[in-house]
Design a protein around this ligand. Sequence first.
Ligand SMILES: Cc1cc2nc3c(=O)[nH]c(=O)nc-3n(C[C@H](O)[C@H](O)[C@H](O)COP(=O)(O)OP(=O)(O)OC[C@H]3O[C@@H](n4cnc5c(N)ncnc54)[C@H](O)[C@@H]3O)c2cc1C
Length: 492
Amino acid sequence: MAERATKRIKVIGGGLAGPEAALQAARYGCEVDLYEMRPTRSTEAHQTSDFAELVCSNSLKSESENTAPWLLKQEMRRAGSILLAEADASAVPAGHALAVDRIEFSRRVAERIAAEPRITVHREEVTHIDENDPNTITILASGPLTSSALAAELQRLTGSDYLAFYDSISPIVDAGTINMDRVYFAARWDKGTADYINCPFTKEEYDVFLDALTTAEAVEAKPWEQIPEAAFETRHLDRSETGAPGLDSETWVSSESKGSQPTPEKLQYFEGCLPIEETARRGRDTLRFGPMKPAGLTNPKTGRWPYAVVQLRQENLRADSYNLVGFQNHLKFGEQNRVLKLIPGLENATFLRYGQIHRNTYINAPTLLTETLQLKAHPSIMIAGQLSGVEGYTESIASGMLAGRYAAALAHGKTPTPAPRASANGSLTHYITHAEGKKFQPANITFDLLVPLEEELRKKVRDKKERHKIQCGRALEAWNEWLAKPHLHSAC
Ligand SMILES: Cc1cc2nc3c(=O)[nH]c(=O)nc-3n(C[C@H](O)[C@H](O)[C@H](O)COP(=O)(O)OP(=O)(O)OC[C@H]3O[C@@H](n4cnc5c(N)ncnc54)[C@H](O)[C@@H]3O)c2cc1C
């Protein structure tokens, strides 16, 4: 039984990081107030008032052993991440990836929160944070779509400007409206189970589709999409879903640009992270070698790879809806309905959701945050989730998990010990707190962030997979040691 903490924990945000932080802090004996503004006030992307709503894809990325997303999840499982456990319990078939039934996932998280007597839920927008309250540790986990009043409050506290960048949503199609005679199930290179529906194109079909896509009408930029006159770089981050084997069928790519205000005609996009129509404009074959890559996807009807392919990934356990992998876009809904129906097999499709693009907010963590996710200027305020500069569902949950544990230690009058640098969790934190402030970009977990192998070992082990295996082994060892440290247990 955990001993009672002397300070309360206030968690702002009922998305992914917030509930995980709240549940962790409660588990370690703290009284927690969890604030969520929905349904009173919603964001541009959320559609429900549920906790832990996945606003876009339903994938928590790769489960392939010795990949970076797998490593992060393994560490989280060992540390007892509550949301990841509920994600595991809500899993749907998705080849090498962990994808979840989003409704079931949210329902389970809500159940866990309701069952925790130490958590009090407040359905209200937080617009003020008292940095001088000696009795409260605040975890700010209000996400990439933090309400503007709270963003202004954050600016007051940090004294620095916030950033805006763009992020995209792929369309979802009603499975019952897919013409199954024209499509086929297959796993790329026959690796894993054949969970993806593939829509095969001939050259003629591809040409027609490409012409329609590149000339379709785009949405005008809304006020919330405008990039503010940022003090440092403005950026765009996007996901390009590839479905490639060995990957988690989802690769987030980012790059940066110095931004000026976008015009309605032309939003600023970044190399390697474009909406599908922008990628298509790069060249007639760009899609065929990118998100519409047919390699390894043999069509059983022809025995050959098609000219190009659109992959559909299962959305929920009932398998009654699928998302169009990599088809985030910024087209008008009517135009999407017209253009996407040119995809073979989707000629009579009903789209349950169209692609969209949204503003995101995050802080300049290298300047503002300590390795235990506390604001340097106000140590009783912590930042977790996407707002802290990590990128992705799993990374946001991981960050909430760490914040909850650190906050619990602080509430018990202990000094939290940061996650070890060698671990995936520690590497993510190390990245956001040590990257160059001026060029800071949010990041997913990748091997680039982990401690590299010594030069000698690198030369000896030529195979990349083998090197990754060694890095994962070292990370898990360091993580286990950290988990076993008494300072964490003394907080419970
Ligand atoms: C449009 C979009 C699509 C994305 N798609 C993906 C994807 O497909 N895959 C992926 O891995 N990542 C994706 N991300 C990135 C990121 O993983 C998610 O945004 C993730 O939900 C971040 O978790 P979080 O807990 O930090 O924030 P959120 O999950 O957004 O939770 C923050 C919560 O805080 C609440 N809130 C905001 N302001 C206040 C306030 N003032 N008072 C009280 N409550 C407040 C919000 O209502 C929200 O519920 C996407 C992001 C966006 C914006």
